[in-house]
Design a protein around this ligand. Structure first.
Ligand SMILES: [Zn+2]
Length: 371
């Protein structure tokens, strides 16, 4: 049942020769296509074995070609790509291109598709000193991060939620009519595109702010492919949260270092004693040690422990929250013998930024939800 992809050099040679039969363009396009096909099949096979792809072989729907560095020239602000041997070229004048002044580094591989030429630039990133790790837990309306030095960081995602909500309502109004009036289908499609673009734009802004505010940190995110819980759920909102999450991870990885974490039991485990509970609602209550803590904060603390390779213990819990300024017990809970922290404004203020600066950046919100 395992798909086999022939790899022998004889097979590849025969494939190349048969494709080159009536090929009038440069031979390297055939080599590039073969190489590309192999890499697509390889990744499909890997995903198929993990159960993430269907049996049907992958089909390339958009035409594109990769042009290696050795197969084009760049002189006098002109990119010259050979198309046919002896003479036929494709020339792009990039002298007045808007992005040219911003482009850094060396030009790498080119990708040509039916509409665009994509130029890849390579540059060495200065080795930054790593400051530590922030573990993030993503929810529909907020992104919650934890690092013992910084504290609890909450990024407001309500605007993103709102964008999806607005378009959901718009679509719903049209959907019933669209079955009778085919022209409305195009309007629906337009709405979907707008929704996706607006959401993406927002996520671009949020990830930029996070990457700049917490420069030098490695950001840990839950690996969605490993989350089975989401797969079972069929509700619309879950799917949206999932697609947002994917976009956040992918855009974040352009801007900073990202590591994927295993989401197993991260919301259920107690970050102080390690007991697995079945929490309900926004407040996490541990049946074993009595910890009462915000559910999202508990989740990102667990993820932080995971990435540092630690297991929860009461001693460690005290250590993790020790550095937070303004971290105290509420009177009532202290009496009841609970260690539930009261979170002051300062508890979540990132170091090196005043509260005003902090608030002025987008809608990063302080956590003042004292329990
Ligand atoms: Zn506990």
């Amino acid at each position: 049942m395992i798909p086999i992809i022939p790899k022998s050099s004889e097979f590849k040679r025969n494939l190349r020769n048969s494709l080159l039969g009536d090929w009038v363009f440069c031979a390297h396009y055939v080599d590039s296509a073969i190489k590309q096909a192999y890499s697509i099949l390889k990744s499909w096979r890997r995903n198929y074995l993990k159960g993430r792809r269907a049996r049907a072989k992958p089909v390339v729907k958009k035409k594109f070609v990769r042009v290696k560095e050795t197969l084009y020239s760049y002189r006098d602000s002109k990119i010259k790509i050979s198309i046919k041997p002896y003479g036929e070229h494709l020339v792009f004048d990039v002298q007045n291109a808007w992005f040219w002044s911003r482009a850094k580094g060396e030009m790498g591989e080119l990708i040509l598709n039916e509409k665009f030429l994509i130029i890849i630039f390579r540059f060495k990133q200065r080795a930054e000193k790593l400051k530590g790790m922030i573990a993030w837990d993503c929810n529909e309306k907020s992104l919650d991060g934890f690092n013992p030095e910084i504290g609890w960081i909450r990024v407001d995602l309500r605007r993103l939620f709102h964008i999806h909500r607005v378009y959901e309502l718009k679509r719903r109004r049209l959907q019933s009519k669209a079955s009778r009036k085919p022209s409305l289908r195009r309007v629906l499609e337009k709405y979907s595109n707008r929704e996706r673009n607006r959401a993406r734009d927002f996520i671009h802004k949020v990830t930029r702010v996070i990457a700049e505010t917490f420069k030098g940190y490695v950001h840990g995110f839950e690996d969605l492919n490993k989350e089975k819980m989401l797969k079972k759920s069929r509700t619309h909102n879950r799917n949206i949260a999932k697609s947002n999450w994917r976009t956040i991870i992918s855009l974040m990885s352009y801007k900073s270092r990202v590591r994927l974490l295993n989401p197993h039991n991260s919301t259920k485990t107690c970050s102080r004693c390690g007991m697995v509970n079945a929490p309900k609602g926004a407040l996490y209550k541990c049946k074993s040690c009595g910890l009462k803590i915000d559910r999202q904060l508990n989740a990102c603390m667990n993820l932080y422990l995971q990435v540092e390779g630690l297991s929860p213990s009461p001693k460690l819990f005290v250590e993790l929250v020790k550095r937070w300024r303004g971290f105290t017990l509420t009177g009532g809970e202290a009496d009841a013998g609970s260690n539930e922290p009261m979170r002051s404004l300062k508890a979540c203020e990132p170091q090196g930024l005043s509260m005003d600066q902090y608030l002025s950046i987008l809608s990063l919100e302080p956590c003042v939800t004292a329990v």
